[in-house]
Structure formats: C-alpha cells, structure tokens
Design a protein around this ligand. Structure first.
Ligand code: NAP
Ligand code: ZN
Length: 353
C-alpha cells in the first residue's frame, strides 16, 4: 500500500507552490525509503514549475520539484546492500534507468532511453509522474541512493547532488587542474560550486559575475580573480586566455563575449539552460578552433566520486536555510540573482503546513 507524504506542489505554471499530499510507494526488495531532512532549490526547479522548458520537457502538474535531497534511511528492502535504517543518504536528479543499455554500461545513466528524472518523469510504480524532494519522504531504488561523507554538513551537502555533480562532471571532462586557466560564469548555485571545485582541482580560477556585490564572496569561495562581466574593459583584459569556461547562467546573455576569451582550441561548456536559444557567431568559434559544448548532470558513479572528493576536500555548498513556506519568495530572489549561494529547505518546516 502506498503511503501519504507531505509535499509542496505547484498546480499550474502560474500557481505558487503550496502544501499538498502525495503518495510514495511501498519499498520494493531493492528500494531505500528516505525521510528527507534537506532539499536544495535548483534554478531547474523554477524553470520546471513555470513550464519554461515546455518545448523540450513539458511540465506535468501537480509539480513537486526538488532534486538535491539528503535524508535518513527509514526502511530498506530485503535485497538492499550498502544502506540500513538510520544512514544518511542522498538522491540527485535521477531515480531510474534500465541498467543495461550502452549509456548505463558507460555510467552515463542520465542518457539512458529509460532514464527517469526525480521529478516530472514517468512513474512506473504508481503511474502518473514522479515527485521530487520538496517532501518529507522519497522511495528510490538503491542504485540511485548516494552515500554522504560523514564529515560534511547535511544541509550544505544537499546541493552537491545537482549543483555539485553538474559542475564537477564538465570540469573533469576538461581535465581541469594545475596550469589550466578556468572561468566560471554566473555566481549562483552552480557557479559557486564550480568555483570551489575548480579551485580544489588546482586550476587558476576566474569568476565572472554581473553582481559587483558578489566580488568579495567570489574570492572567499576560491576564485583567484573576479571579473564584473558588464565591464567591457575587465572582459577585454582576459581576451584569448582561457583553456576552459563553464557557463552556468540561467537567463539570456552574450555567449560570443565569452568565446572571445578562450585561447586557441579552448572550450566553453554550457550547463545553464535558459528558456530561449542563445545566438552564436560562427566566427567566434572559427578563429582559434574553439568549441562550444553542453553537459547534463553526471552519472551515478561520478556523482559518488564527486561526493567523496568533496568529503576529502571538505567542500559543501554555502546555503541559506529556509522553511518551505518561504519557497515562493526564494524563487523570486533567484530571478534577481539574489542567492548566496543556494537556498536549502529545512524539511522539518513541512509539519507547519
Ligand atoms: P542560480 O542559482 O539562479 O544562478 C544563476 C546565476 O546566473 C545568477 O546568480 C547570476 O549570477 C547569473 N545570471 C542570472 N541572470 C543573468 C543574466 N541575465 N545575465 C548574466 N548572468 C545572469 O541558478 P542555478 O541553480 O545555478 O542554475 C543555473 C542554470 O543551470 C539554470 O538554467 C539551471 O536550470 C541550469 N542547470 C543545468 C543543469 C545541467 O545538468 N546542465 C543542472 C542544474 C541546473 P551573477 O549574479 O554572478 O551574475
Ligand atoms: Zn538541479
């Protein structure tokens, strides 16, 4: 018998999130049931709630977002290995995949044709669609539960499950490390993790921000230099010098300005997913054999690797912990780039309705 869970849901693209009751399945023999302690607020939650990605991934309502989940294991099925009641566990953007296709065999479950996202995916157990972490509990197959290093603060670790892996994966692909000059564009949830991780990997890190007030913080977070991107002179000073730039911006902006900052054969990788297409000048790529790429979260094996890396380097997200009743206000602040640097919901507040 499925059980009822408390959650916050949006009833339509124009409705605020509000208290709702949803169902969670009974654990199967390979399932882990988790009581959620914290859930980070990703800008993807906002894009999805407001159906801004309608042309690619239309939103199904009611929508319960949340894919930066940390909680305590409450129950495990009899075939579960590696988790027991009381353990801390994490869940990121994925809750299922076929486990046998070439992508799954390559540990790239996010590209499996049967991949199921934590929210707004097809729920093969209960029918309908999946509900995310703005809720007091979740049930997932053990393959999608992650181990959280004991030395990390649980609230600060929650954002690692999306913001962490989404920045770690392309930084690794670009072999970022000592001797590499790396730019991180946008100092929000993803961007501040990108700065911390690139610094821990040994690169020379430059943060690009539209918010002059974030300059001091960018240095504290690990950037060696900060560029206010609306200042053309500051941008020009770095022309042709970057090996790699990671673009985390959630809204419309000029990519060509950043392509101009890459050195010969440099790469700009997009992880930000603005609602509207971004125009690219072919000349900005042709001169210098430059490349433009994208990157989608990361597979489960690499997510565990990232968590362990963060454990070793003592890296967590800088979080502003909020009660769930403030989630709609937090969304408005995200749109104003007023986040330092990830909102994280204390799920105990769900009891207050
Ligand atoms: P966020 O916390 O809202 O941060 C976005 C940052 O971008 C802002 O803080 C701001 O930084 C900058 N920005 C906002 N509007 C801008 C504009 N008009 N021009 C230039 N810069 C602007 O968002 P997030 O949670 O980090 O997510 C960022 C994007 O990544 C979203 O589109 C999200 O959907 C996407 N995402 C992708 C993946 C993936 O797998 N590829 C995973 C998660 C999220 P400054 O104040 O420093 O300028
Ligand atoms: Zn996310």
């Amino acid at each position: 018998m499925p059980t009822n869970a408390r959650a916050f849901a949006a009833a339509s693209a124009t409705s605020p999130l509000a208290a709702a009751s949803i169902q969670r399945r009974d654990p199967t023999p390979t399932d882990v049931a988790i009581d959620i302690l914290y859930c980070g607020i990703c800008h993807s939650d906002l894009h999805t709630v407001r159906n801004e990605w309608a042309s690619v991934m239309p939103t199904m309502y009611p929508c319960v977002p949340g894919h930066e989940i940390i909680g305590r294991v409450s129950r495990v099925g009899p075939n579960v290995k590696g988790f027991k009641p009381g353990d801390l566990a994490g869940v990121g953007c994925l809750v299922d995949s076929d486990g046998s296709c070439p992508c799954c065999k390559d540990h790239l479950e996010q590209f499996c044709p049967a991949a199921v996202f934590t929210y707004n995916g097809a729920d093969k157990h209960l029918g309908g669609h999946t509900y995310g972490g703005y809720s007091d509990s979740i049930v997932v197959d053990q393959r999608f539960a992650l181990r959280i290093p004991k030395n990390l603060d649980p609230a600060g670790a929650a954002p690692l499950l999306c913001a962490g892996i989404t920045t770690y994966s392309p930084l690794r692909r670009a072999a970022v490390g000592k001797g590499k000059k790396v730019g991180v564009v946008g100092l929000g949830g993803l961007g501040h993790m990108g700065v911390k991780l690139a610094r821990a990997m040994g690169a020379h890190v430059v943060a690009f921000t539209t918010s002059p007030s974030k300059k001091e913080d960018a240095l504290r977070l690990g950037a060696h230099e900060v560029v206010v991107s609306r200042d053309a002179n500051q941008m020009q000073a770095h022309a042709g010098s970057f090996d790699f730039i990671l673009d985390t911006v959630s809204a419309d902006h000029d990519l060509n300005a950043y392509l101009g900052l890459l050195r010969l054969s440099g790469n700009l990788t997009l992880v930000g997913a603005p609602e509207k297409p971004l125009p690219v000048s072919s000349f900005a790529l042709l001169f210098g054999n430059k490349s433009l790429s994208g990157s989608l979260i990361g597979g489960l094996k690499q997510t565990q690797e990232m968590l362990d890396f963060c454990g070793q380097h003592n890296i967590t997200s800088d979080v502003e912990i909020i009660p769930i009743q403030k989630v709609n206000e937090a969304y408005e602040r995200l749109l104003r780039s007023d986040v330092k640097y990830r909102f994280c919901i204390d799920m105990a507040s769900l009891k207050n309705g």
